[in-house]
Ligand binder design. Structure first.
Ligand code: PEP
Length: 254
């Protein structure tokens, strides 16, 4: 039985005061039984320290949006996994399409970070997904499989079972266009089967695969009801406490 996992990627939004307001709003809005649903928020680096204090003792877990693959060193502007751990992070988003697009991240560099995250006791949320052009060329399967293989390289079965994979079709991120539940389910099943081939079916059944791409309160329930969609990575809709809480609620009902 996989844990339904809803993560909010705040991207480069919310200063310190706005972060405090959102977290306090969220702790209030999550006033229903979460059952076994896991809730994660990923604020920007500048808010992680405060967020770590605010979510302590609450059902909300903390994640970061990126990290460097070394513990320390002369890497101006970078943040290490040990720094993330020290402020209470348990998760880290790796290889988001915006990082692949604007910061030249590759399957290889994401894999390096994923291995380091795991070694540091962080759970990576590894993002994969095709562009619109790739979907139209009918190479979604090839693109996503190559990303999954590359990002999971040399990660052992026990660790892969704890890793989260987020399928985020790039054409659906921040565009208001959502993959239909059937389109998303198809790719999720492909990812699970690939993990099964690379490891074992027992491992594949344990891997949480989130869907991301314009998830909103209106479409969350149907997406989350698909057999291989184990949660959501939410961008825009996580910036308001009520809409994020409604998505979390959908997860408790699906
Ligand atoms: C994201 O940034 O991971 C994302 C899915 O964004 P949005 O929900 O806004 O499409």
């Amino acid at each position: 039985m996989r844990t339904k996992t809803i993560a909010g990627n705040w991207k480069m939004f919310k200063n310190l005061q706005q972060s405090e307001e959102l977290i306090l709003g969220l702790t209030k809005a999550l006033d229903f039984s979460l059952g076994s649903v896991k809730v994660i928020i990923c604020p920007p680096f500048t808010s992680l320290g405060l967020a770590g204090t605010l979510v302590k003792g609450s059902p909300i877990a903390l994640g970061a949006q990126n990290m460097h693959a070394e513990d320390e060193g002369a890497f101006t502007g970078e943040i290490s996994p040990t720094m993330l751990k020290s402020v209470g992070c348990e998760y880290v988003i790796l290889g988001h399409s915006e990082r692949r697009q604007y910061f030249q991240e590759t399957n290889e560099s994401i894999n390096k970070k994923a291995k380091k995250a795991i070694a540091s006791g962080l759970i990576p949320i590894i993002c994969v997904g095709e562009t619109l052009e790739e979907r139209e060329k009918n190479i979604t399967d090839l693109i996503v499989s190559t990303q999954v293989r590359g990002c999971l390289k040399e990660i052992g079965a026990a660790d892969v079972e704890k890793t989260i994979i987020a399928y985020e079709p790039i054409w659906a991120i921040g565009t208001g266009k959502t993959a239909t539940p059937q389109q998303a389910e198809e790719v999720h099943l492909l990812i699970r089967k690939l993990v099964g081939q690379l490891y074992s079916w027992a491992s594949a059944e344990k891997v949480v695969i989130q869907y991301g791409g314009s998830v909103k309160p209106e479409n969350a329930k149907e997406l989350l009801s698909q057999p291989n969609i184990d949660g959501a990575l939410v961008g825009g809709a996580c910036l308001k406490a009520d809409s994020f809480a409604t998505i979390v609620k959908s997860a408790t009902l699906s």
